[in-house]
Write a protein that binds this ligand. Structure first.
Ligand code: COA
Ligand code: AMP
Length: 632
């Protein structure tokens, strides 16, 4: 690719409307837009106002209409069930059209919401695209969340229908989803009219008469539905993500900007063309799954892989190389933690020697900071460009990357390289002044952000404004800290709020604290994100007991761990809690989480001058040492 980054980048910022109008030519529109960028309600911006399109048509039917119906659209590869199934574009279109018809029969129409709580099976993807086909708004909830978390999302999205399955499979463990779903519906105030349940052979879900329908039955009876034209600014989906409070944020994605940005990214960021095989080893419950398992590869006419397995243990650390070989994968996108898991089990890459992956071209990593060790290991092992790129649920596509479809830059380990065209990234200090190269600050984006990024939060413009665009007026607050170096490379060093990143999964320590605080013996608590060799970070809980509690500390710690697992979910990986006598605080009462995190990680720290009582730090360190942290 010969396009020059400086030219493409400066044009994207100097003439965003011209730039994105040109990119929008790659999308099929039922009606062209009236305005490329509508800034009349800034800081809420809308792209392609007045345009009409259908996202599902752009992902499926248009490729069939263009004669690519027999090309593989989706390959389901499931080592946990021993299944591989290929859907051509024509077959996937038919399935989706029938599912869309089934949803219509259940009363789902344009603008209605549908919650999808599914393991990594093709029916999950079919349900998402079926919603898009009829203009319904899907909200996919990751399978590893507990009923309480699902209930919160049900209450916010108020779905007419929930689509789920009898079970998921975690390596060799069958996790029954239906009891979790039933419990969530019981907890939720907003009750769905119907549930559609995929019965998998490994577990049979018990059905509630009148409410629950068998996926196979509704699909066999359904008439195919056509694509419903929607406004570019109509919502395509809601995806809940962890904020600093217990209440997750419902990130809204629109139809038009999303299609344009994702289609553009496939060519310019990932360097893929129609017919290429693209694999995002993530889960449809996360943003990576939405954007790069489902929508972007299909917009681009690629073959996407849906992998129901892990990087290790299904059956061994050669699992990824087997998939890359068997399906001729050109690009793999996953989280660094997956590579740390492979490296741990197969440090010298013996398993790679069993497979021919000579066609493999790029490895893209995101979801957490790519540590230089993992970068060098993957790069030396694979001998292909290993591209760190930075983004978040809110943006839906990369903010910073070494764009492989534009003339690439030399890689610097530890940096996701430079801002992607469309993103005006600025590092600011607390007074909203630009900081010089080499100095760490708060990473922001100057508004407006490019198409595809969240226009707002679900039915909550106020929270959108308060969370993202009021701290630094005119800028979007990413929640990340970082800096630019002298060459304009961006470095993202971690969150500046109470969000932590566990195995590439974003979690709120505030939510875990809320759960722990309900333990009858706990007076107050703090959850920290501490360093972990495999998962990057894991949560660690510190609890202060109520006066007069005279029970075994370890018993209480165990109960607290179980509560978080039951109420947030296994995905939180909350395994360690300890009782402390007091929590260190500033004189104004703010818990010194950052200082405790440094102590837990064995890092150097300075005792904050605002601390109430420095002796507490020694007590905390002593307690942390007992549970394996705070090593000198
Ligand atoms: N349904 C139910 N439970 C689930 C689940 C799901 N969909 N996904 C994960 N869990 C459970 C796991 O079984 C595990 O439970 P356990 O504590 O009983 O063992 C727990 O949630 C934590 O899961 P995870 O963080 O995935 O840890 P792991 O030890 O099972 O696997 C990795 C570690 C590194 C192999 C795995 O996290 C991984 O493959 N990550 C990289 C890819 C990725 O998902 N990236 C995300 C965004 S790109
Ligand atoms: P999520 O919304 O789950 O995708 O998480 C987004 C957060 O993950 C970001 O705000 C960052 O803190 C972190 N993150 C994602 N990608 C990277 C990366 N390449 N480098 C550093 N941090 C990252």
């Amino acid at each position: 690719m010969s396009a020059n980054y400086a030219e493409v980048f400066s044009r994207s910022l100097e003439d965003p409307e011209g730039f994105w109008a040109e990119a929008a030519e790659a999308i099929h529109w039922d009606k062209k837009w009236d305005a490329v960028l509508d800034d009349s309600a800034a800081p809420i911006y809308r792209w392609f106002r007045g345009g009409r399109l259908n996202t599902c048509y752009n992902a499926l039917d248009r490729h069939v209409d263009a004669g690519r119906g027999e090309q593989a659209a989706l390959i389901y590869d499931s080592p946990v069930t021993g299944t591989t199934r290929t859907y051509t574009y024509a077959e996937l279109t038919d399935e989706v059209a029938r599912c869309a018809g089934a949803l219509q029969t259940l009363g789902v129409g344009k603008g209605d919401t549908v919650v999808i709580y599914m393991p990594m099976v093709p029916e999950g993807v079919v349900a998402m695209l079926a919603c898009a086909r009829i203009g319904a708004v899907h909200s996919v909830v990751f399978g590893g969340f507990a009923p309480q978390e699902l209930a919160v999302r049900i209450d916010d999205a108020k779905p007419k229908v929930i689509v789920s399955a009898s079970c998921g499979i975690e390596v060799a463990r069958v996790i029954e989803y239906k009891p979790l779903l039933d419990k969530a519906i019981e907890l939720a105030e907003s009750k769905p009219e119907s549930c559609v349940i995929l019965q998998r052979p490994m577990a049979t879900a018990s059905m509630i008469d009148g409410r629950d329908h068998d996926w196979a039955d509704v699909m066999s009876q359904a008439a195919p539905a056509g694509c419903v034209s929607v406004e570019a600014t109509d919502p395509l989906y809601i995806l809940y993500t962890s904020g600093t409070t217990g209440k997750p944020k419902g990130v809204v994605r629109d139809n038009g900007g999303h299609a344009v940005a994702l289609r553009w990214s496939m060519e310019y960021v990932y360097d893929v063309q129609p017919g290429d095989v693209y694999w995002a080893a993530s889960d449809v419950g996360w943003v990576v799954g939405h954007s790069y398992i489902v929508y972007a590869p299909l917009f681009a006419g690629c073959t996407t892989i849906l992998y129901e397995g892990k990087p290790v243990g299904t059956p061994d650390p050669g699992a990824f190389w087997r998939v890359i070989q068997d399906h001729k994968v050109k690009v793999l996108f996953t989280a660094p933690t997956a590579f740390r898991a492979i490296k741990k089990e197969d440090p010298s890459g013996e398993f790679l020697k069993k497979y021919d992956i000579s066609h493999f071209t790029y490895l893209f990593l995101a979801g957490e900071r790519l540590d230089p060790d993992t970068y060098h290991w993957a790069s030396d092992l694979l001998g292909v460009p290993v591209i760190d790129h930075w983004w978040q649920t809110e943006t839906g596509w990369p903010i910073a990357a070494n764009c492989m479809g534009i003339k690439p830059f030399p890689i610097k380990a530890g940096s996701p390289t430079k801002p992607v065209p469309g993103y005006d990234v600025q590092v600011l200090d607390a007074e909203a002044r630009s900081v010089p190269a080499g100095i760490e600050g708060i990473v922001t984006m100057k508004l407006p952000m490019p198409p595809g990024c969240l226009p707002t939060l679900w039915e909550d413009d106020e929270r959108f404004i308060e969370s993202y665009v009021s701290a630094y007026p005119g800028y979007y607050f990413t929640g990340d800290g970082g800096y630019f170096d002298e060459d304009g490379y961006l470095y993202i060093m971690g969150r500046v709020d109470d969000v932590i990143n566990v195995a590439g999964h974003r979690l709120s320590t505030g939510r875990m604290e809320e759960v722990i605080a309900t333990h009858p013996d706990v007076a107050e608590c703090a959850v920290l994100g501490v360093g972990d060799e495999l998962k990057g970070q894991v949560p660690l809980g510190l609890c202060v007991l109520k006066a007069g509690v005279d029970r075994d500390d370890t018993e209480i710690a165990k109960e607290v761990v179980q509560m978080v697992r039951d109420q947030v979910g296994a995905v939180a990986s909350f395994k360690v809690a300890t009782v402390v006598l007091r929590l260190p605080k500033t004189r104004s009462g703010k818990i010194l989480r950052g200082t405790m995190r440094k102590i837990a990680d064995g890092e150097k720290f300075t005792v904050p001058s605002t601390i109430d009582d420095p002796v507490i730090l020694d007590e905390v360190a002593e307690r942390l040492r007992r549970v394996g942290y705070a090593k000198e």
